[in-house]
Design a protein around this ligand. Structure first.
Ligand SMILES: [Zn+2]
Length: 79
């Protein structure tokens, strides 16, 4: 059997720029990372399907990245 990937993971956006319809959120998170003004905690609130988990996963990946791009996106290559 080919490697099975759940659709929720297969189609989940992997970068801030590929998140659809939440530009204000992704820009705010990017600016927080860029200026090193990260809060102690982030609350992602809203109805299902608006991108809470997606944005949280991208945020976690990005702040742990060792080689951020100029566009404040994770490199997807580091450990
Ligand atoms: Zn990286």
């Amino acid at each position: 059997m080919d490697e099975f990937v759940v659709s929720a993971r297969k189609y989940r956006p992997a970068t801030f720029d590929t998140v659809v319809g939440q530009r204000s959120v992704t820009n705010t998170l990017k600016n927080a990372i860029k200026t090193s003004h990260l809060g102690q905690a982030f609350l992602f609130c809203g109805p299902r399907g608006v991108g809470k988990t997606t944005c949280a996963r991208i945020l976690a990946k990005t702040i742990n990245c060792e080689r951020l791009s100029d566009n404040i996106e994770a490199c997807n290559e580091c450990d």
